[in-house]
Design a protein around this ligand. Structure first.
Ligand code: ARG
Length: 589
């Protein structure tokens, strides 16, 4: 369906043309003075410059024509030349009615389907997930869902950090404690054990200790680097041991991401492109892109228009080892070959902004990435505690994601079970659903690039701009619809008809009518926070409507059906929005 503002704009454009002016002046926006009107057109002001005429004169001529239009119920000119517009009830109801019968409530399929890859999550194997991993997972998942909703293909890849020093650290520490294991006996010829001799809890203890130790103990660090090298060089036992670390770690990651309703299509990682690196390095050398600087192999990526220094992109260190860059460049090659994406979107902390700028420039300049494929980095801000500093546990440690989620689940359970007639099992399910909305909405409602304060109490509140408030509203609608059916009403028979009973009813329909436009700009800007803002507004206008009008007790049967039609549409839109954000509402709460 055509977006409402475009339709309104077309009507105004026609009037500009009829009055003898350029029709492009007829752009319509939502009013920024809702006390005066619902929509507005500022074209007369721009027209004044072109036609050397007073803006009010132009506005008046156009308004005279618009007064005859069936689309608007009120047209007024306001100095210095604004055209203030109200939409007619009939036109608004027709538009909303058509939305209700359309696939995705009027959001059209694209004429050309594109392939997007979304690189998100990005955890490092053997290191537990902490609160910093929340944003990449939650925002990335939402962006993937938005792309799909808009009718494109989206492939989500977790891009594990599974190949670097952290693997060597774990191997070195384990080897020291268990030197006689066959994995570390390089003369061993037999089969390696299939079962890991460690659990994920062991790994989670080993890594932080080993990492801390490597900073003080140079010999241990050397050993860890040697283990990394042996792993990367393909020494059999080290590879077999690494495979077990991967299995144990991935099983745990899957559980954690599953709890967040986050799902990846690909579980690839840095290790998957290791074999492509030598060929890529040759290509960069032969093409004359890479040169040796202080022993390292680098590609210059600075451009004349740069206002700040962009250092070269390092491909190999002076000891020949590859880096984070190297695997990212090789991954771009691999993705092009395997999936031929139109766009690759990366989600990481915004501290990696410069890093991705270098990688993207290097990929484009060297032709590792063709001009067709867009590379986009979405850098997000930090999750802070109430003190405004990065979120920590009470004793100042790093907050494990698993514990954070568990803590909120438990608090939500207490909230749900008290004062409600629900058995434990249902309360547990419901509280998990509501808790997830609290966490995800708390994160997603902030513009990604901004830091935000993780305020558990506020996020869990049933009032205000929160996930649970939205769910509460959705549950309210579901329960009205259920009662309507239980009282013998047929939901299928209810649709929006031409009457609007009051201002709250009209406000609700206008918010609904802006859905298509909102979704399109969310997709253009890859900005889930705008869905949150829309949902919050929608919930508020719905609740005003609900408080002002009798719905189930409505005596006028036709009006009642009309109301139920509006409720069905509101619910459907809320559910699609939540689907795009990655959470859902229970049937009751
Ligand atoms: N593992 C990385 C980190 O911890 C994030 C990976 C992001 N994706 C990428 N293609 N570089 O910082």
């Amino acid at each position: 369906m055509e977006q409402l503002l475009i339709k309104l704009g077309n009507e105004v454009a026609k009037a500009f043309k009829e009055a003898g002016y350029d029709e492009n002046l007829g752009k319509v926006t939502v009013s920024n003075r809702p006390d005066l009107c619902e929509y507005q057109c500022n074209g007369a002001m721009a027209g004044a410059k072109i036609y050397k005429k007073a803006p009010t004169m132009i506005a008046n001529e156009v308004a005279e024509i618009l007064k005859r239009s069936e689309v608007f119920s009120k047209t007024e000119v306001c100095p210095p030349g604004f055209i203030n517009l109200n939409i007619s009830d009939k036109y608004l109801c027709e538009y909303a009615g058509e939305m209700a019968c359309s696939e995705k409530y009027g959001v059209d399929q694209p004429s050309e389907k594109k392939v997007f890859m979304v690189d998100y999550g990005g955890p490092n194997v053997a290191k537990p997930l902490h609160v910093g991993h929340l944003r990449s997972a939650v925002i990335g998942e939402s962006i993937k869902r938005i792309i799909r909703y808009m009718g494109h293909e989206a492939i989500g890849d977790i891009h594990l950090g599974d190949w670097g020093l952290q693997m060597g650290l774990v191997i070195a520490a384990y080897k020291e404690a268990h030197p006689n294991l066959v994995f570390f006996d390089e003369s061993y010829e037999g089969e390696y054990p299939q079962e890991a001799p460690f659990t994920v809890t062991d790994l989670e203890e080993i890594y932080p200790k080993a990492s801390a130790r490597s900073k003080e103990d140079a010999a241990f660090k050397d050993e860890a680097m040697l283990c990394t090298k042996k792993l990367q060089d393909g020494v059999k036992g080290y590879r077999a041991f690494w495979k077990l670390i991967m299995e144990v770690s991935i099983a745990d990651l899957k559980k954690n991401y599953n709890n967040l309703n986050v799902e990846f299509d690909l579980w690839k990682g840095e290790s998957d492109v290791y074999d492509l690196i030598p060929g890529m390095v040759d290509y960069l050398k032969e093409g004359g892109y890479a040169y040796i600087s202080d022993g390292a192999l680098v590609v210059d990526v600075k451009e004349e228009t740069d206002t700040k220094e962009i250092p070269p992109c390092m491909i190999l260190k002076s000891d020949g080892a590859s880096l984070y860059n190297t695997t990212d460049l090789a991954t771009i090659m691999e993705r092009r070959k395997e999936y031929d994406p139109d766009c690759i979107i990366y989600l990481t902390d915004k501290r990696q902004d410069l890093y991705f700028e270098q990688v993207f420039r290097c990929a484009k300049k060297t032709g590792l990435c063709d001009s067709k494929t867009k590379l986009v980095h979405i850098g997000f801000g930090t999750v802070n505690g109430k003190d405004g500093k990065p979120f920590k546990t009470r004793d100042g440690g790093v907050m494990r994601l698993e514990y954070l989620v568990k803590d909120i689940n438990e608090k939500m359970y207490e909230k749900i079970i008290s004062g409600r007639e629900m058995n434990e099992e249902e309360a547990k399910k419901v509280s998990e659903t509501v808790a997830l909305s609290a966490i995800k909405y708390g994160d997603l409602s902030n513009q990604a690039s901004k830091d935000y304060i993780f305020d558990t109490e506020r996020f869990m509140s049933f009032e205000g701009d929160t996930g649970p408030y939205l769910l509460y509203t959705v549950v309210r609608i579901k329960s009205i619809l259920k009662k309507y059916s239980e009282n013998g009403g047929d939901l299928k028979e209810c649709s929006i008809n031409g009457t609007i009973s009051d201002e709250t009813h009209k406000n609700l329909l206008m918010k609904i009518a802006g859905y298509n436009e909102m979704m399109n700009s969310v997709f253009e800007e890859l900005a889930p926070h705008r869905i949150c803002a829309y949902l919050y507004d929608l919930a508020n206008v719905f609740n005003s409507f609900y408080h002002e009008n009798k719905i189930l007790t409505q005596e006028d049967e036709e009006l009642k059906k009309n109301y139920i039609g509006v409720l069905k549409l509101t619910l459907g839109i809320c559910e699609d929005c939540m689907q795009c954000l990655g959470f859902e509402a229970p049937d009751r709460m």
